[in-house]
Each structure stands twice: as C-alpha cells, then as structure tokens.
Design a binder for this molecule. Structure first.
Ligand code: NAD
Ligand code: UFG
Length: 338
C-alpha cells in the first residue's frame, strides 16, 4: 500500500518512513527541503538497505500533486509538511498561514480530485493552549492558542472537521503530538535543526557535543516539581509507530479520529538535563534565566484513547530518548551537513 508522506525528509517524517517500510507500506515522499536536507535520503538508505522514493517539491504545487497522484496508487496521505517554529510564526504569520493552512487546503483539494479520502494530519498539543485540565484528554477544550503556529494547527483541524461534515466518506485522523524527541537507535537519523535550536532537547544535545556553551533554563519559579517547565516528551520512534497504528486501525474508516500521542508522564527541564548528563557521561552546563514568554508551566497527555483504539502506547522512556539523541549528535555533530 502506497502512502504519500508530505514533509517526509523532516525530523518526524523521516523516522516515520523507516517504520512505514518496516510495516510493509511504501512511502512516497514529497518535501520542499525548506527545513531538511537531501542528505537524509542516503541515511535512510543505510538504515533500510533500499531506496525511498521522493519528490523535491511543494504541497502548494497543485500540478505536482496531480502528477504524483496520477503516477502512484496512493491510498492515504500522512501530512507532516509545514512550518513549526513558534517564535518565527509571530514574526511571519502570513508565511505560516500560507504554508500550513493554505498548503493543507491545496493538498486536500487535490486529494479530493484524485479520489483519495484518507489523511493523517500532524497536529500538536499546542491546540490546547494553556490547558484547562492535566492530563490533557482529546476532549479538553482546544482553540485558545497563543501564537500563529498554534492557530494554524487549530485552523487546519477545524477545516478538516468541516470537510468530514460535508463529505462523511473522509477518514480524517488528527494526531496531537506532545514533545517529540530522540533519534533512530542506529544513530544515523535524528533532528537537525537549522540555526539556534528553539527546543530543549536539541539545545542540550548541542551543548553536550560542544557546539554551544551552556543551556539557558527558562525559569525555575513555575509551580512544578522543581520549578522548571514540565513536558510530556515522546520518543520519535514511538511517535512514528503511532502513525503506523493510525494507518492500520482508523485510516480506512470514515470519521474524524483524534488522538493524543504522548507518554502520559511529565519530565522537568532539570530532570532532562540530568538524564542527558547520564547519557553522554559528562555534566551539561546550564544557567537559570528568565521565563520564556508564552511558555506554560506544565502539560502532559492522557494517552489512553490511543491505547484503546489504536493498540498503541509509547515504549521508550527518557533514558532511551537521551541515549539515542546522544548517539546521533555525537556521530553527526553538524547533522546531515556531515
Ligand atoms: P520538520 O521541519 O523537521 O519537517 C517538516 C518537513 O516539511 C521539512 O522537511 C520541510 O522541508 C517540509 N516542508 C515544509 N513546508 C513544506 C511545503 N510547503 N511543501 C513540502 N514540504 C514542506 O518538522 P517535524 O518536527 O518533523 O514536524 C513535522 C510536523 O509535525 C509539522 O507539521 C509540525 O508542525 C508537527 N509537529 C511537530 C512537533 C515537534 O515538536 N517537532 C510537535 C507537534 C507537531
Ligand atoms: N526550555 C528551556 N531552555 C531552552 C528550550 C526550552 O528551558 O533552551 C524549556 C521550556 O521553557 C519548556 C521546556 O524546556 O519548559 C520544553 O520547551 P520546548 O521548546 O522544547 O517545547 P515546548 O513545549 O515549548 O514546545 C513544543 C513544540 C511546539 C508546540 C508546543 C506545544 O516545540 O511546536 O510544544 O505542543 F507548539
């Protein structure tokens, strides 16, 4: 079964391609290399011992979509492509709405024209804003988003729900990721952020490998276990498997299927620093700084719906997330540029 994977050369998409092939699916990748490098392809080949078919192009290029759908018998689309930096989205809201919202509409319109009515969309815990309850369930209120990136995810969710109301044949799966971290256990594939990392784990990894001097811990006065922010970190391999589970259990069923993909466990910034020090064998230098505007104190998922319906649950803990990240970062200190 062929699956179109938009953004398939990016961080989560590339790991999902590995697991798709392991599960017997054939990914067809479409990526415009906005936030990824072609080098990913040779790393995928080393892991898989086979080629992954890919197109370098944009989800907004309707002619390209038409030709891909004409050439391949695509049964479902996993839609990762998009822009994801919260801070940048505040500076460049139009680019975010254009890529994330309009891009998804172009993709879905061309899917409709080609008679493909199954999409798995990369949503985010960001749609819950500052959540009204923890752990966060799929029924927890969404929409009080705090930045254009978050709003773009919320808008796409609402567009896709309306599409299903208009045409109930569609299978719409909204996967709300918590905090994806970690790398493929081979050390051949991982996150390769461009410029200064926005997120905690890649920043710690770059400190560990000597690319950056120290971590700034954004606040230690939150009402959390040790005062630092608490998040539900999920191993990217578990996240990838969540997409396979969605393909197997709901992508051929009409409906709107919404799942939190998280572990159900919260980890603080200082706990993550300690775990990474264990993984790399030396202390991670850090300094306590001001809170980062817009950050919430804590959030973690109630992942029980995914367990019940998709027969999926996260397997890996913080020790594997940090050890696998360290293997990737120490093998490839400069990411795919190496
Ligand atoms: P990523 O930036 O590594 O991957 C996205 C890929 O999409 C990149 O390879 C990029 O080149 C490509 N892309 C962007 N715009 C495109 C376009 N118009 N046409 C074709 N390709 C395009 O990001 P990721 O971490 O792998 O995230 C994948 C998806 O998951 C994104 O939609 C993101 O918003 C969502 N998500 C990520 C996180 C996270 O923390 N990583 C959390 C929640 C949700
Ligand atoms: N943090 C630091 N120092 C850093 C980076 C982060 O102390 O250099 C802290 C943050 O304050 C927060 C925690 O580490 O307490 C996690 O921060 P991340 O930036 O790694 O992750 P966020 O939870 O802030 O953001 C993530 C995704 C967003 C998404 C959001 C909600 O990156 O795309 O989850 O789902 F919108």
């Amino acid at each position: 079964m062929k699956v179109l994977v938009t953004g398939g050369l990016g961080y989560i998409g590339s790991h999902t391609c590995v697991q798709l092939i392991a599960a017997g699916y054939t990914p067809v990748v479409l990526d415009n290399l906005h936030n990824s490098k072609l080098g990913v392809v040779s790393h995928l080949k080393k892991i898989l011992d086979q080629d992954v078919q890919y197109y370098v192009g944009d989800i907004r290029d309707r002619q390209l979509l038409q030709s891909i759908f004409a050439e391949h018998d695509i049964k479902a689309v996993i839609h990762f492509a998009g822009l994801k930096a919260v801070g940048e989205s505040v500076e460049k809201p139009l680019e975010y709405y254009e890529n994330n919202v309009y891009g998804t509409l172009a993709l879905v319109q061309e899917m409709k024209a080609a008679g493909i009515k199954s999409i798995i969309f990369s949503s985010s815990a960001t749609v819950y804003g500052d959540p009204e309850e923890i752990p966060i369930r799929e029924t927890t209120a969404t929409g009080a988003t705090t930045n254009p990136y978050g709003r773009s995810k919320y808008m796409v969710e609402e567009c896709l729900k309306d599409l299903h109301i208009a045409d109930p044949d569609w299978s719409i799966t909204l996967l709300r990721y918590f905090n994806p971290v970690g790398s493929h256990p081979s050390g051949l594939l991982g996150e390769d952020p461009q410029g200064i990392p926005n997120n905690l784990m890649p920043f710690i990894a770059q400190v560990a490998v000597g690319r950056r001097e120290q971590l700034a811990v954004f606040g230690n006065d939150y009402p959390t276990k040790d005062g630092t922010g608490v998040r539900d970190y999920i191993h990217v391999m578990d996240l990838a498997d969540g997409h396979i589970a969605a393909l197997q259990h709901v992508s051929d069923k009409a409906g709107v299927h919404i799942y939190n993909l998280g572990t159900g466990t919260g980890t603080s910034v200082l706990e993550m620093v300690a775990a990474f020090s264990d993984a790399c064998g030396h202390p991670i230098k850090y300094q306590i700084c001001e809170r980062r505007p817009g950050d919430i104190a804590e959030c973690w998922a109630d992942p029980s719906k995914a367990k019940a319906d998709l027969k999926w649950q996260a397997q890996y803990g913080i020790a594997e997330m940090t050890a696998d990240t360290w293997r990737w970062q120490s093998n490839y200190p400069n990411g795919f540029s190496d």
